[in-house]
Design a protein around this ligand. Structure first.
Ligand code: ADP
Ligand code: MG
Length: 455
């Protein structure tokens, strides 16, 4: 019989291969800290540090890893990632002789162990927490990443870059991280990029820029909201770049929220973009129906209101875009019912909410038809093989709308468009997103298609 190969060695060798094959941040975020635990019956048991890593590895790397393990061990194998947090440790304050922290050290130490003061200048909204953030498919990943960051600021994913459309919970998650870490005694600061800009300008005017710098460089967790407003502001970008570097160099956590993905922050300096992309990027997608219903239940409960199930469903069905609208609709209906002492019924909800919204046809078929009409081609041309500009541009618009309006996955969209590959679809959607920034004609055509969908 052949001598069995040592499975721990196989795991190490696989890691070695992956380190070479993958981009560095990917390896460092997801694989570097994994540990071989056991090998049983062709199954490698590997420990990872949290459930977020576990999910990520299962989704994105499992098959690659299995393939490499199989080749090295000479048989088919499986791999099972289990969560085994390492010993939980407070991040070590940077060495006292680190040049950056010589001024700051006292404050850092003092702040970290006196929780009451942690909230003083943090600008946190205390009522936005992890506990009252409702998790669904569209935000599960982002939520888990934020929790991982809050449990171990500066040590897991740095920076964490969160993007998503308006009203999907970016600001809520920043505050949730802030509240959780301030609770632990970390020095936290939440700020929008606009406030950061204003404070900087003010500090120059009043000759207090040293203090301004110190404030920001003293924090353990910096939460920057709406980074898109930093676009085009060069001197602020410069200041922010230095703040960012000092913090991350000292293993302090930076979390950034943006209403668009990195590649669409076209007016940010490249050096900032590359720093932002150096950690982990997560996105928030609009909630699906089930998720919207769960959110409405939670909000009604928070307000101590009993809202009938059919009214909840009515609101959830009519406000599909984001949580802010959803919440607004619930507030209007409940406020009206209370004020006029009327029972909360569907009829009442309709009466109050109807004038404000025109339903849109979300079906993929309707989208294809509306796009075909707008561009004067046929649906079968959209689905067909031709790739001339006359057909490919509308096809990409259809891809974009199927994502944006119908919220289909890339592979699903590919199916609808005559069996195209999901990478082709991804490319198409990105292209339209880019064009929308610069091309008013395409913006207008898209608006017209949307209007058709509302008829
Ligand atoms: P964004 O910053 O992405 O525009 P916000 O974080 O301000 O969105 O969210 C809008 C509103 O919806 C806030 O009141 C927030 O508390 C609430 N909200 C968003 N997502 C959720 C969620 N998943 N669970 C509970 N409330 C949410
Ligand atoms: Mg916000």
């Amino acid at each position: 019989m052949e001598r069995p190969i040592d499975p721990e060695w196989v795991w190490k060798a696989t890691l070695g291969e992956l380190e070479l094959a993958l981009q560095r941040p990917v390896f460092e975020n997801w694989l570097k800290d994994t540990r071989f635990v056991a090998y049983e019956d062709g199954v490698y048991i590997i420990a990872v540090k949290n459930s977020f890593s576990q999910e990520w590895l299962n989704q994105r790397l499992k098959s690659t890893i299995k393939r490499r393990l199989a080749r090295l061990s000479g048989r088919t194998v499986d791999v099972n990632f289990i969560v085994r947090p390492e010993k939980v440790s407070m991040p070590v304050p940077s060495a006292p002789d680190s040049p950056l922290l010589t001024i700051a050290n006292d404050t850092v130490q003092a702040g970290r162990f006196h929780s009451p003061s942690s909230f003083d200048d943090a600008n946190l909204q205390r009522n936005r927490t992890f506990a009252n953030f409702i998790v669904g498919d569209g935000n599960r990943f982002a939520y888990a990443a934020c929790q991982a960051v809050a449990q171990n600021p500066g040590a897991s994913y740095n920076p964490l870059f969160i993007y998503g459309g308006v009203g999907l919970g970016k600001t809520h998650l920043l505050h949730a991280i802030g509240n959780a870490t301030a609770e632990e005694g970390y020095i936290v600061r939440y700020v929008t990029s606009e406030t950061f800009t204003n404070e900087m300008i003010e500090s120059i005017r009043t000759h207090t820029n040293v203090a301004f710098r110190q404030t920001y460089r003293n924090v353990d967790v910096l939460l920057i909201d709406d980074i898109q407003f930093l676009q085009g502001k060069e001197s602020t970008q410069n200041e922010f770049f230095h703040t960012f570097n000092s913090l991350t160099a000292a293993n302090k956590q930076v979390v950034i929220a943006s209403d668009r993905p990195l590649h669409l922050l076209t007016k940010l300096e490249d050096r900032l973009l590359s720093r932002f992309g150096g950690g982990l990027t997560v996105d928030l997608a609009p909630p699906d129906l089930e998720h919207r219903i769960a959110i409405l239940h939670a909000k009604a409960y928070e307000k101590g209101m009993v809202v009938p199930e059919d009214v909840i469903r009515y609101i959830a069905e009519h406000f599909p875009n984001n949580v802010r609208e959803l919440q607004g609709a619930l507030n209007r209906v409940t406020a009206y019912a209370q004020l006029h002492q009327q029972p909360l019924t569907i009829a009442l909800a309709q009466k109050i909410l109807e004038p404000q919204q025109v339903p849109m046809d979300h079906s993929p078929e309707a989208i294809l038809e509306a796009v075909a009409k707008e561009f004067n081609i046929t649906v079968s041309e959209l689905k067909g093989p031709r790739r001339t500009r006359r057909i490919s541009v509308p096809r990409q618009v259809a891809m974009y709308l199927m994502r944006d309006v119908a919220q289909l996955s890339f592979p699903q969209i590919g199916e609808f468009l005559g069996g195209r590959d999901h990478t082709t679809v991804m490319h198409g959607v990105t292209k339209v997103e880019k064009n929308l920034q610069s091309d008013p004609v395409i913006r207008e055509r898209l608006e017209r298609v949307r209007a058709r969908l509302k008829q």
